[in-house]
Every structure is written in structure tokens, then in C-alpha cells.
Design a protein around this ligand. Structure first.
Ligand code: PXL
Length: 277
């Protein structure tokens, strides 16, 4: 069984980051190890939240991993709330990256043209060099613009060629694989595009476009891509599965009478993931 280590926060309430990544990866048949990088009462979209940075613990945990000869088939990072976390995890990647280990970085820091609440304005300047360490990066459209230093606009205003150039330019920054999420395809469809630099393959995956914003879908998306890559699938295949699964989670959320604004009902769909492997 393949083993991933995912480094991101644990938010006690608000389905995202580790509480989304662990079930999704486990259902994809991947042993899922974690390092919680911060502990939050809720994710940062709630009006108020309590947060403790756990960056200082990463070194001691890594040391013990080395003493126990623990290794990983993939290192997957999500939301990181401080420069210290980026620096510590950058060191973790250097120390645990081995032959055949895939490094997946989701630069989870912004959406709808805005940085997440509480992140410093110059966070992007620290995230940019960090993403160059990845084999695969999975930004949403806002994060892709921030990483490339280009102005964000409504997703429907991006031309196909513009998106293609963004994929190429992000790949020029280091990663072999780039997936950009939150792409609009006309009025009724949305999805993701991917570029596999080694294979020189561009792909797009579409599903129905739902109205409104659905929190935590980026984390679910990146977890599906990471799991499918570890199962030996291509980047375009993994992207196709992730688009399909996120759409299913949104469909289930929309059906629910107690529809919650702070996360999607991925729990109702977890069983479907076994069909992806
Ligand atoms: O889903 C992304 C995410 C993860 N973790 C925390 C967040 C967010 C988005 O707001 O606040 C703590």
C-alpha cells in the first residue's frame, strides 16, 4: 500500500484540510499519515477563530520519523498559515524526498480574487518559491494569478489561450504537472485544466456549474488528484476523477435539507471513490 504524508492544518469544525484529506485518501486505498501544521477552532471563513501554529513541532516529528526509518511515496501540502510553516515544510520536503516520491503542493491561500482572511499580503512571495519544489501544483484560478503575478478577473473573462499560457508559465516555475481549478467553460460548465510537462499533454475536465461558493472543495479536489496519482493514474485521469467527485459532493450538498455553508457533504459520496481505483 502506498503511503502519503499530508501536511496541513486541522480545523476542528469546517470540513477542509486534514478532515477532508484523510477520509478521501483513505477511501482511495492510500495509507494517510499527517503532520498537522496548525490547530484551528474552525477554518478562517468563520467570523472568529482560535489558532495555534504548530510549525515548531515539525522538526521533532521529522527527527523521530528518521529514527524509525519511515519514508513516504508522496508528500502533499495544503493550507499553510505562516511563513514559518512554509520554511519548516520546505525543509521537510528536502529531507524526506526520495526517488519516486511525488511532491504535491496545493498553494491553498486564496479564492474569488482574495487572499484568505488572516494571511499577510506578501504571503504569495513566500509561496511562489515553495511551489517550485513541487512535482505537481494544484492552484485555483485566483492562486494561479497570484503565483504568476497577473491580475485576477472574473473566471468567464479568461480566454482558452490565456489559460493555456498560465499552465505553461506555472510549469516553467518548476513543477512537471500543473492543474488549475475553478475554470469556467461557457455559462453552464466548470472544471479544471491540466498540463503534464513530461508527456506534453494538456487536458480539460468539465462538469455542471453550480451557483454559489462551496468551501473546502479545493482540498477535496487535491486529495483526489494525489490519491489517483499514487494509484498510478495520469494527471489528466486524476483531474477528471477529481472534477467528477467534487461535482458529486456539491450535488449531495445541494440536496441536503440542512445545507451547511462551511463545507460540502463529501461524506455521502466517499463510497464512490472506490470506483476510481
Ligand atoms: O479549504 C482551505 C482552507 C484550509 N484550511 C483553513 C482555511 C481554509 C480556507 O479558508 O481557512 C484553515
Amino acid at each position: 500500500m502506498k503511503r502519503v504524508i499530508t501536511l496541513q492544518d486541522i480545523s476542528c469544525v469546517g470540513k477542509c484540510s486534514l478532515t477532508a484529506a484523510i477520509p478521501v485518501l483513505s477511501c482511495l486505498g492510500i495509507e494517510t499519515s499527517v503532520i498537522p501544521t496548525a490547530l484551528l477552532s474552525t477554518h478562517t471563513a468563520f467570523d472568529s477563530f482560535f489558532s495555534v501554529d504548530l510549525s515548531e513541532e515539525i522538526d521533532s516529528i521529522s527527527e523521530e520519523f528518521h529514527k524509525n526509518n519511515i519514508s513516504f511515496d508522496a508528500i502533499y501540502t495544503g493550507y499553510l498559515g505562516s511563513y514559518e510553516q512554509i520554511n519548516e515544510i520546505s525543509g521537510f520536503i528536502d529531507s524526506f524526498r526520495s526517488k519516486g516520491c511525488i511532491v504535491v503542493i496545493d498553494p491553498a491561500m486564496a479564492d474569488d480574487g482574495e487572499l484568505y482572511a488572516g494571511l499577510p499580503k506578501d504571503f504569495v512571495a513566500h509561496m511562489r518559491p515553495f511551489t517550485s519544489k513541487a512535482d505537481v501544483i494544484i492552484p485555483n484560478l485566483t492562486e494561479a494569478c497570484l503565483l504568476l503575478g497577473i491580475e485576477y478577473k472574473e473566471p468567464s473573462l479568461f480566454a482558452k489561450e490565456e489559460i493555456r499560457q498560465m499552465l505553461y508559465h506555472l510549469a516553467d516555475m518548476g513543477p512537471e504537472g500543473v492543474v488549475i481549478t475553478g475554470i469556467h467553460f461557457g455559462e453552464k460548465e466548470m472544471g479544471a485544466v491540466s498540463y503534464d510537462k513530461k508527456q506534453d499533454v494538456l487536458s480539460e475536465a468539465r462538469s455542471i456549474r453550480h451557483q454559489g461558493r462551496f468551501l473546502g472543495t479545493g482540498d477535496i479536489f487535491s486529495s483526489v488528484v494525489t490519491g489517483c496519482l499514487l494509484e498510478g493514474q495520469t494527471l489528466s485521469g486524476a483531474t477528471e476523477h477529481a472534477v467528477h467527485f467534487v461535482n458529486r459532493c456539491i450535488e449531495e450538498t445541494e440536496k441536503a435539507p440542512d445545507k451547511r455553508w462551511y463545507g460540502v457533504n463529501f461524506e455521502s459520496c466517499l463510497g464512490e471513490l472506490t470506483g476510481y481505483i
